[in-house]
Design a binder for this molecule. Structure first.
Ligand SMILES: [Zn+2]
Length: 68
């Protein structure tokens, strides 16, 4: 992994999850974002965005199954 080895588990209001690395990030300070199937995903870094863009279905599915 090229970025963000640390998971920040402290959720703050308005934060979103980087579905690639699981990190909680502020959408306003996100390094990148991608819209996929009507949902906007935010990323902590361009590398996470690149990972999502290369295989969006995998990560989008992971988000949907959240709360199993
Ligand atoms: Zn990330």
């Amino acid at each position: 992994m090229c970025c963000c080895g640390t998971k920040n588990t402290a959720k703050t209001a308005g934060s979103v999850t980087d579905v690639v690395c699981g990190m909680q990030i502020d959408p306003e300070s996100a390094a990148g974002k991608t819209e996929y199937q009507g949902t906007t995903y935010y990323f902590c870094g361009t590398c996470c965005k690149g990972s999502f863009d290369s295989n969006p279905a995998q990560y989008a599915q992971a988000l949907v199954s959240n709360g199993n």
